[in-house]
Design a protein around this ligand. Structure first.
Ligand SMILES: NC(=O)c1ccc[n+]([C@@H]2O[C@H](COP(=O)([O-])OP(=O)(O)OC[C@H]3O[C@@H](n4cnc5c(N)ncnc54)[C@H](O)[C@@H]3O)[C@@H](O)[C@H]2O)c1
Ligand SMILES: [Zn+2]
Ligand SMILES: [Zn+2]
Length: 376
């Protein structure tokens, strides 16, 4: 297994208008402990948009996308737990598996993670462009590519009955949303909750809140359409964002929610989040702002009110534990993840998908690949 594979992939090279080009890249075979996956579905996430809109710096050329599901096609030496034909969901936070945080059950807090820098655990990449220059998979996934190579521990086996489009979302938005509710906020039945921003991540939080038995569940967005969607996903109320928001939430919850989630990545909304919770409540930051932006929060009031601010990285997920839990809840009809998908597209539609996201349309676009080379 020494041959490079030619793959089509959506590549970002720093275009000021945030355009991607579909390029032909060369992908090395999986090295020791790695697997090659034939991607079947790749979700278009807000984090990709931060990158291509210049809000976060990444190594370039960048193979975009980090929300992937597909079929294992080839395995490197030393891979024991996966075989060709396995359906897998890819984890974008590829922790070292050995540090105190990893072995203590908090892989999301790993201090030695390299996937944030678009590198495989050994600091390298398997991608090269047509000129032979190295290309870097965003979050060490590069999901918007016909095939990808990832460490075996980042490819989590999933029940074949979960459709690829739904499975891809478990790799980021649905996984993050579920984890933010179940792990970070540990929401209890009957707690009141508010979710600001009802995109792919916010809507996933809403579905998970419903599963957790939260009540009421208040969705907030600038789009009335998104609020209608949110009601279908399990929100009990929808409020348009704006000046009267804190008063509206206080009225519906009798003085503020037990828990609030920010799922946009907007500094203004993040600093207003503690105003939506009652004394003793939790405010969870899931949305990620542009690099270098700071928040202003009234520290005295926060302390008086005994409020907690929680930062959520990948929903505090342990992928090998949590992806199957989420898939099981979906298969049992308890987590309506199909509803998150508002459009299915091809790789060549990738720029339209980001434009729709910038306009605040669509909960999630999923790029589908035809799966040539699958065993199916
Ligand atoms: N913490 C993590 O591990 C993690 C994981 C995945 C995504 N994210 C982040 O979550 C955020 C959301 O991602 P997404 O894919 O859902 O994006 P998205 O674009 O699909 O959703 C954003 C939503 O916010 C709404 N919105 C915009 N401005 C608003 C305002 N002023 N008030 C209320 N609503 C407003 C939009 O209409 C849209 O529905 C991004 O910052 C992304 O980077 C974080
Ligand atoms: Zn670690
Ligand atoms: Zn994401």
């Amino acid at each position: 297994m020494t041959e490079q594979l030619q793959v089509r992939a959506a590549v970002y090279r720093g275009d000021p208008d945030g355009r991607l080009a579909v390029e032909q890249l060369r992908l090395d075979p999986p090295a020791h402990g790695e697997v090659r996956i034939r991607v079947r579905a790749a979700g278009v996430c807000g984090s990709d948009r931060h990158v291509i809109d210049g809000e976060w710096q990444v190594p370039m050329p960048a193979v975009m996308g980090h929300e992937a599901a597909g079929v294992v096609e080839a395995i490197g030496q030393g891979v024991r737990d996966l075989a060709p034909g396995d359906h897998v969901i890819v984890a974008w936070h590829q922790a070292c598996q050995r540090c105190a945080e990893c072995t203590g059950g908090k892989p999301w807090a790993c201090t030695r993670v390299r996937s944030n820098d678009s590198q495989l655990p050994d600091g390298t990449t398997r991608w090269h462009d047509a000129d032979g220059a190295e290309a870097w998979p965003y979050l060490a996934v590069g999901a918007m590519s016909e095939c990808i190579v990832v460490p075996d521990f980042a490819a989590i086996k999933v029940d074949d009955r979960v459709p690829f489009d739904v499975a891809s979302l478990i790799g980021c938005s649905a996984g993050t949303g579920f984890g933010a509710v179940a792990n970070n906020a540990a929401v209890q039945p009957g707690e009141s909750a508010v979710v600001v921003g009802a995109g792919g991540v916010g809507m996933s939080i809403i579905s998970a809140l419903r599963l957790a038995g939260a009540n009421p569940i208040i969705a907030v967005d600038v789009s009335g359409e998104k609020l209608a969607e949110a009601r279908r996903a399990g929100a009990t109320h929808g409020l348009l964002a704006g000046a009267g928001l804190a008063a509206g939430v206080a009225e519906l919850t009798g003085g503020g929610a037990n828990v609030a989630f920010e799922a946009i990545g907007r500094v203004q909304t993040m600093q207003e989040l503690p105003d939506l919770i009652r004394p003793g409540g939790r405010a969870v930051f899931v949305g990620l702002p542009p690099e270098g932006q700071e928040l202003r929060i009234d520290g005295l009031q926060l302390a008086y009110d005994g409020k907690t601010i929680i930062g959520s990285n990948y929903g505090g997920l342990v992928p090998a534990r949590d992806f199957p839990r989420i898939a099981d809840a979906y298969l049992a009809g308890e987590l309506p993840l199909d509803g998150l998908i508002s459009a299915r597209a091809t790789l060549d539609d990738v720029n339209d998908a980001f434009d729709a996201m910038r306009r605040g349309e669509r909960t999630r676009t999923v790029i589908l690949f035809d799966g040539d080379g699958d065993e199916e």
